[in-house]
Each structure stands twice: as structure tokens, then as C-alpha cells.
Design a protein around this ligand. Sequence first.
Ligand code: NAD
Length: 430
Amino acid sequence: MTKTTSENIDATESETTTESALTTARRQLKRAATHVDVDDGVVERLKHPTKVQRVSVPLKRDNGELEVLTGFRAQHDDVRGPYKGGLRYHPEVTADECIGLSMWMTWKCAVMDIPFGGGKGGIAVDPKELSDEEKERLTRRFAEELRDVVGPKQDVPAPDMGTDPQTMAWFMDAYSMQHGETTPGVVTGKPSVIGGSYGREEAPGRSVAIITREAIDYYGWNLDETTVAVQGYGSVGANAARSLDKWGADVVAVSDVNGAILDSEGLDTKSVMGHDERPGMVSGYDAPQRLSNEELLELDVDVLIPAAVGNALTADNADDVQADLIVEGANGPTTFAADSIFEQRDIPVLPDILANAGGVTVSYFEWLQDINRRQWTLDRVNNELESEMLKAWDAVRDEVEAHDVSWRDAAYMVALSRVATAKEERGLWP
Ligand code: NAD
């Protein structure tokens, strides 16, 4: 077995303020491979997706006009189990973005030791410009176009940006009609009445809070004396903030797309409405101080949780971040160059593939419930999530301690070793 040599991975090489998910994902893989005893051929294989479906999705608009949209499903790797990952409706969905995000899903499932691989897909469309009826027609047609490549044993989509439990219900219904049997396990993130899991919506935020709590304990701090700022008070951000608030931390600042609010005494996170609960209500909340999103990222707090969008922390603002710990709630909020700056400045970054993996973990629980046709209680979901998160935390922390690497490198080492070992055991089909 040959070890990938440590090439000159210069964080500043071709750094632009933002970079594509695929660029970041490939750089992270290349770097992780320098720390792990993995065959070069396996690493080369993992730079590429197994398959990328590109489909045309005709949509009859409510005014009778026909529009043809483009949809994608990237399937990165399934050596450990069916592909798993979201479907997003967003104007900027591209094949490359789906490939990058599907790679992250491979690592996320592996770091959690879930028997799934990585997938991601979507349609390049602005969902805000679609009526509910148009969204339903679009989703059913997308399910039809993807029918041969998805399925409970093949590829299991979930909600993502611009899609929600209702979208998954339509997708599951269309697939079930095509297959002549009710097949809830084809997607996760469904409404609970048709096989969705209790606790799925709160799970990514809950896992962000669990990882934050463990990291605070690891560094010998006290949660009761910890201040937290959260960028993006949506599903992930609000649930993370509320758990941390409940466990004793002071959530002093949160934001939505319109701006941030600050209360140095700590916000009452239950009374600040999240994006889905009441859009725009964060910036409209009666708080002592208002800030911009940029100012929130640079607050002097103990913990910063970027939970809004990718590329929030870049080479342009990483030097101005004053937090002592960063926990990634969003997918890919830190560019490769920003990551290097935080490493130089000794600011630990708990990576997305560990911190927000509660979402895919409860999706896995949902898939198990669907296959067994038996729903779990919310208590069981939360207890099993807690125990899975602690197992993953322990595995990553062991790598940090054994090899003196960053949390991101450690998480990638755990994930890459599991995927590579599975590939080596199964062998490469000639
Ligand atoms: P959401 O739409 O519920 O919330 C997003 C929040 O971010 C909203 O408050 C919105 O106003 C704010 N926002 C949007 N653009 C912003 C900007 N440019 N600057 C500041 N704030 C902005 O979305 P979510 O489900 O909470 O997802 C957030 C991130 O977490 C995404 O990167 C997503 O991929 C990732 N994620 C989501 C899940 C999940 O299951 N929901 C799981 C894992 C990771």
C-alpha cells in the first residue's frame, strides 16, 4: 500500500473570496489523504463521483406555458451503502455543486459510521417563483426522471435548500405510484404521518449543540459561562441556539439574511422566531443592538456557529474573527484558506461533517423505521442520536489526540479510513 505524499498544499493557491463546493471538497480530500495510509488509487477514485444524472424536467406553469428546467443527482460513492443526501431547489444548482456536496455526504455518513454513501441533487430553479401546484408538478416529474437511480436500496434523497417535508411527500408518492407499492424508505425528511421520523427537523441543530457542548468540555471551559453567536437562525441555527441556551450557554447574537441582533446578557432564544417560523422576524426582534451579518462573525464571543450558507468565513474575514471556537452548522461555511488562517491562529474549527451530521443520522433512523414499518418515540430518537454523536465525537477526538491534527483533518481521517478500508475489502471491479 502506498501513502499519498504530502504535496505542497498551499492554502493561498488560487484563493478567491469564495470557491465552489467541489473545489473545497477536493482540496480537503487531498489534504486528508496526506494523513492516512490509503492507496493513491483509492484517493484518485474518490475525487470523482460514481455517476451524475442530468435530466430535463418539463414544467407546465400555471399560465399554461411550458418551461424546461435542469435537474441533477450526483452519486459520489456507495461502497458502504445506498447514496444519501438532499435535493435542493435553488437557481444556482449546478452539477459541480452537487458533486462537491455529495462528496461531503460520503464523509459525513462515514464519520457517523452510518451504512450510507454520498449523494446530492437538485433543480436549478427559484422555488419562491413557483406556486405550490407548480412545485408539486415539478417534484413528481423529477421523481419520474430519477426513478431508475433512486430507491431505498439505491439512493435515498432528503430535503435541502428550497425543499421540505411536503416536497419529500410528493416525491415518495410519485415513486410509490410508479412502483405499485407504498415505499416510504425512498426518501427521508417526510411528514411523520407517512413514515417521517420524530426529531428529524431538530436533529442537525441538536447535533451542532451536542458537539459544541463536548468541545467546550474538552477545552475545560464551562457551558454556563460560554457566549455564543449564531449566523443563520433557521432550522439548524435556531435549534442549535435553543439547545445551547437550554443547557446554560448565553446565546448573545443571532442573524438571518437581513441582519443580526445582539444582547450581551443573552437572548431568550425561545421568543426569537426562526426563519421558517416567521421569516424576517430575527431582524425585526426587539433587541438592545442591531448588527450586520459581517459584524456578527467578528464578535468577541467564545463560540461562533456559522449556520447559514457556505463560504461565510473566507481569507477576507478570518483574521478578524475573535471567537475562540468555531462549530460549523452550515455545510462548507469555511473556505480552505480561512481554515488555514484559523489553524495558524489556534482557533479550533469543529467541521460540518461531524457537527451537523445529526440530520443524516436521524434520516438513517427514519429509513430504519420505514423498512421495519415501526415508528420510534421522540425520546428514543434523541437518545440514539446522543449516543451516535458521542461515538463519532470519541472517534474524531482520538485522532486529534493521537496525531496532533485539526478537528477537520481528524474527522476526514476517520471517514476516509472507513471508506478506503471498505473499498480495499470489497476490491476494485476490474
Ligand atoms: P434555513 O433556510 O432554515 O435557514 C437559513 C438561515 O440563514 C435563515 O435564517 C436565513 O435568513 C439565513 N441566511 C440565508 N442567507 C444568509 C446570508 N447570506 N447571510 C446570513 N444569513 C443568511 O436553512 P437550514 O436548513 O437551517 O440550513 C442552513 C445550512 O445548514 C445550509 O448550509 C444547509 O445545507 C446546512 N444543513 C442543513 C441541514 C438540514 O437538515 N436542515 C442539515 C445539515 C446541514
